[in-house]
Design a protein around this ligand. Structure first.
Ligand code: XIL
Length: 497
């Protein structure tokens, strides 16, 4: 597999002309707050959520043993993709023997840190145990359906989206030959999607591939496949662009390509972002990497229907790149010592944050973003002790709903428009009839229907004056997918928008 990947992923592409320069991209990493996670209030997840998006990372079971990695993962990212733990060779190493222990550990970590989970992956030619590839073709369909049903059922309600089929295409856009095409032809894809949908109708179902980020033969093939699946009414909700880039070679057609997919009525996501370079890394390549990362994030933000960006691994020591692309590395936003690189700063800037060091002489103002508020009285790290009752505040709420037949996700951003910090918040609101919350992130939400209240978690209790916080939830609906309404923050009615 390694050789195959190397051959497939190293074609020299014409250098894309990247016009977007990231203003903050070249700031020294040392200016980004304290500690490896970056400054409080400027986290990638907070900034992404304020824009109705998410920022994810891959995590492996062994990553969970590192306090450095988990500290960054739990604070900077709000979406987790298991690096290997939900793949077939782990989850069903021999026929009918299922092992969800490693995947469960990743899901527990995600829950404990109010992160969502991208399930990865159900049907893939790689990391596929031998017993499947050596089955008689007449038995492959039943094995695939059983695998999909069992795994999706196990994680039902806990997974935001599934990469149902991973990497189905060759570089020229023909369908890859594997155990599944040998047994079922191209029909295995629709069958896998339908099977997954039956097991968890609320999970978003994706097809995921690499080298489909720009316009070209391979993305044309994915586009044709998704059009045809949509026409046939096959449940398909999204396309994952893996985005394993080489510095300076991010396709300039990324945005246009995303837009043609969203026009088909599916979401898109950047699912496995990294941007490799020859190692040791040169200053010029690290600067180009910052430009590339900002370009990718800006492209996603510019396309409604691009739901979020995930990086493949937290830092350079966790990246798969050195093992698969000899001589290459330094592909993530965190260096070998887990210090944020220029790419991290560039992403913060792209997400609307600030990477400048807080200056103690600057006073907090209502228009200041939470990240730039230096006042200790309004800093999230000074959240009130439990004995101080939450007080009311002037507020503003924006909502963003993304819905499908029977389900929806809603992101809510609440801004403290009052003159003092809120320490501990409860946001009450009314859900439209027929909506029932199944899970939430960055807040606890209860009850599930009707007049509900979202309460802060410990890490996001404080909303500085002028600052905002975001949370979201997933709900079932029976036809009315309208946004929640009638918001009150600690008892005070909030303005809309
Ligand atoms: C990689 C993992 O990061 C490695 O640990 C593993 O050895 C091989 O797979 N595309 C995908 C991911 O969809 O699942 C791959 O992950 C990287 C390429």
């Amino acid at each position: 597999m390694a050789a195959q990947l190397r051959a497939a992923r190293r074609p020299g592409r014409a250098l894309a002309a990247l016009a977007l320069a990231a203003a903050g991209g070249l700031l020294a990493a040392a200016t980004v707050g304290s500690g490896p996670a970056g400054a409080a209030g400027t986290t990638l997840r907070d900034l992404a959520e304020a824009k109705g998006s998410y920022f994810g990372t891959a995590l492996t079971q062994s990553n969970l043993n590192s306090s450095t990695i988990t500290a960054i993962a739990g604070t900077q990212f709000d979406m987790v993709t298991p690096g290997n733990e939900m793949k077939w060779d782990t989850t069903e190493p021999s026929a009918g023997n299922f092992n969800f222990g490693p995947g469960d550990q990743i899901v527990s970590f995600a829950k404990a840190h109010s992160m969502r989970v991208r399930g990865h992956t159900l049907v893939w030619h790689s990391q596929l145990p031998n017993w499947v590839s050596s089955l008689p073709t007449a038995q492959v369909q039943a094995a695939m359906e059983k695998h999909v049903t069992t795994e999706v059922t196990h994680y039902k309600g806990q997974v935001y989206s599934w990469d149902v089929v991973n990497e189905p295409f060759n570089e020229d856009g023909t369908l890859r030959t594997d155990a599944f095409t040998n047994a079922m032809g191209s029909g295995y894809i629709a069958d896998a999607l339908r099977t997954a949908h039956a097991a968890d109708p609320n999970a978003k179902l994706y097809l995921n591939d690499y080298n489909i980020e720009g316009l070209g033969a391979k993305s044309d093939a994915m586009y044709a496949l998704v059009s045809s699946l949509k026409q046939q009414g096959v449940p398909i909700d999204g396309v994952g662009f893996e985005s394993h880039f080489i510095v300076g070679q991010v396709p300039s057609s990324l945005k246009a390509n995303m837009q043609r997919f969203t026009a088909l009525g599916v979401d898109v996501a950047i699912t496995e972002l990294d941007d490799r370079m020859p190692v040791p890394a040169s200053a010029a390549n690290l600067a180009q990497q910052a430009t590339d990362y900002a370009y990718v994030v800006n492209s996603c933000l510019a396309v409604s229907g691009c739901v979020g960006v995930s990086q493949w691994g937290v830092g350079d020591p966790d990246s798969w790149i050195p093992d698969f692309f000899s001589g290459y590395g330094a592909a993530t936003m965190y260096d070998n010592n887990y210090q944020p690189k220029a790419a991290y700063n560039a992403v913060v800037t792209a997400l609307g944050g600030s990477t400048a060091s807080p200056s103690p002489s600057v006073s907090s103002s209502p228009s200041a973003s939470p990240s730039s508020s230096p006042s200790s009285s309004s800093s999230p790290s000074s959240s009130a002790s439990p004995s101080v009752p939450p007080t009311g505040a002037a507020c503003k709420v924006t909502t963003q709903v993304s819905s499908w037949n029977t389900g929806l996700t809603e992101n809510v951003t609440v801004t403290n428009t009052g003159g003092s910090a809120v320490n501990g918040w409860k946001l009450a609101f009314t859900l439209p009839g027929g909506q029932s919350v199944t899970n939430a992130w960055n807040a606890t939400v209860s009850p599930a229907t009707g007049q509900v209240t979202a309460s802060n978690l410990s890490y996001n209790a404080a909303i500085p004056a002028g600052g905002s916080t975001s949370f979201g939830f997933q709900a079932n609906h029976t036809g009315n997918a309208a946004a929640a309404s009638g918001f009150t923050l600690n008892g005070v009615a909030c303005a809309a928008g």
